[in-house]
Design a protein around this ligand. Structure first.
Ligand code: ATP
Ligand code: MG
Ligand code: MG
Ligand code: MG
Length: 475
């Protein structure tokens, strides 16, 4: 089954169970200040769960565009490293708004993965929240999963919440054992609770029961509900017998095009070239879909996260020898693959190309500028007979010129020098603390004159990579 068939089979299955197919909402959350980007299928149904909105259906299913690159769910630093994380991905989901609850949700999920896409039952593991005896009993007695393959996990894995506040509840997850050939990257005793790619988490069934308040208390929802989410890329991988999402038909054509364009080979390994190609492919998808939904690279908020994603990809393209704007040429391929499912990609294709092109040109200038400054710094070190570039200088390059640490290190190495990495992270930490302090100061501003002053300062200063997304540290 190709990925498109997997998506269709999912929606078809839940349609046959009286669910209404609802189109994906935009990646830019409309009217929800608690959210940076849409991060789960349930986002667009939040108000229904909370009891603030009624619809004429109680069961829904969707394939939702998601981005996890900031905020509570942030996977940016995992991309390129794990075989299962993307910044942009599609989340397949089924939802019950006060209609069915645990038993049917579990029955449907099991039937879909064992009967429709026919995953091998003996490789499936499930988890439940610590004291959720009800879910445990459904899995063991009703579905027939052997109790040694049902794990009880704590809040970290089995209590799902959308953000710091909002709908949440205990959950039950389905994992697929990809076998010992997938090496444990955590270096420990590998088990289903391990954060590696072997026991791949494919589906999360959330038993929505509470509304988390800003002070942490849990208020019960008007009606217990169901919210499930399964990554299309992960499901496609296991259905196609591939251990990595990148080796499915969702990614291989893009990876092969990048390889051909850059005169390299994609070898399905962890070589530096392969990692670069995966980062480019992933970030290209994210940039295409984000811009297609109206995001624009900028120095603040959502636009800033988008800019970081794009620049990270551009740096990798640069490493593969593409010094001139390149990624914009790949948008056509995105349209070919996704235009029929997400028509906004077709409608906005030229705008997406133009914005990526402009951003690539801007970044090329930044890189040029940074390179000049780095060469001066290296000269100075040489004159002072220092074999190491200090951390503060490396951080200045990173923070002011968007110059990534590993690029600084590569160039320094070529010049026979090292870089004080520890000093770099220390400078980053200090900057974060300064940013936090000024954030607090901003919060206490009262007069409009102060506000104007702050505003003009904000426009002049480039506040640095970690000001807005302090949780992530891709350097
Ligand atoms: P993981 O533990 O692997 O990071 P998660 O527990 O954070 O996943 P959930 O919040 O439970 O993920 O999301 C539901 C489903 O969405 C997951 O079971 C997985 O199939 C998929 N998913 C989550 N994050 C990503 C991602 N970054 N890229 C691709 N698919 C994802
Ligand atoms: Mg996660
Ligand atoms: Mg998880
Ligand atoms: Mg999960």
């Amino acid at each position: 089954m190709n990925a498109q068939q997997v998506r269709e089979e999912f929606l078809k299955y839940f349609t046959s169970k009286d669910h209404k197919v609802v189109a994906s909402s935009s990646l830019i959350p409309f009217d929800d200040p608690t959210l940076l980007f849409t991060n789960a299928g349930m986002n667009q149904f939040k108000d229904i769960f909370l009891g603030n909105e009624q619809r004429d259906y109680q069961r829904a299913t969707s394939s939702q565009k998601c981005v996890r690159a900031g905020g509570k769910h942030n996977d940016l630093e995992n991309v390129g490293v794990t075989a299962r994380h993307h910044t942009f991905f599609e989340m397949l989901g089924n939802f019950s708004f006060g209609d069915y609850f645990k038993q049917e949700a579990i029955e449907y999920a099991w039937e879909f993965i064992t009967e429709v896409v026919k995953l091998d039952k003996s490789r499936l593991w499930v988890s439940v929240f610590r004291d959720d005896d009800e879910a445990f009993a459904i899995w063991r007695d009703h579905i027939g999963v052997p109790s040694e393959r049902i794990l009880r996990c704590d809040e970290k894995d089995n209590f799902w919440q959308m953000g710091e506040t909002g709908p949440c509840g205990p959950c039950s997850e389905i994992h697929f054992d990809q076998g010992p050939a997938v090496p444990c990257t955590e270096g420990g005793e590998c088990g289903v609770e391990c954060e590696c790619d072997r026991y791949l988490e494919i589906w999360n069934l959330v038993f929505m029961q509470y509304d988390r308040q800003p002070d942490g208390t849990l208020n019960p929802l008007p009606k217990p509900s169901i919210d499930t989410g399964m990554g299309l890329e992960r499901l496609a991988a296991v259905v196609q017998g591939e251990y990595s999402n990148y080796h499915t038909d969702l990614f291989m054509p893009i990876l092969q095009k990048i390889a051909a364009d850059c005169g390299r080979q994609y070898t399905k390994s962890d070589s530096a070239d392969d990692v670069s190609m995966r980062v480019i492919a992933d970030h290209l998808r994210a940039a295409t879909f984000l811009i297609g939904d109206g995001a624009i690279p900028s120095n603040e908020g959502r636009g800033y996260v988008l800019r970081r994603i794009m620049r990270r990809a551009m740096r990798h393209a640069n490493q593969l020898g593409r010094k001139e704007p390149y990624m914009y040429t790949l948008v056509a391929l995105m349209e070919e693959h996704y235009g029929h499912v997400f028509p906004e990609i077709t409608h906005n294709r030229h705008m997406v190309e133009e914005i990526i092109y402009q951003e690539e040109r801007r970044f090329a200038t930044t890189l040029d500028h940074g390179l000049g400054i780095l060469h001066e710094m290296i000269q100075q070190c040489r004159q002072q007979e220092q074999g190491q570039l200090d951390g503060a200088s490396a951080f200045k390059l990173y923070d002011t010129y968007g110059f990534p640490l590993d690029l600084t290190m590569t160039i320094a190495e070529d010049a026979g020098m090292t870089v004080d990495e520890e000093g770099f992270y220390q400078a980053m930490q200090e900057q974060k603390e300064r940013a936090r302090a000024s954030w607090k100061a901003t919060a206490s501003v009262t007069s409009s004159e102060d506000l104007r002053h702050l505003e003009s300062r904000h426009q002049q200063e480039f506040v640095g990579y970690d000001f807005l997304t302090s949780q992530s540290q891709v350097v």
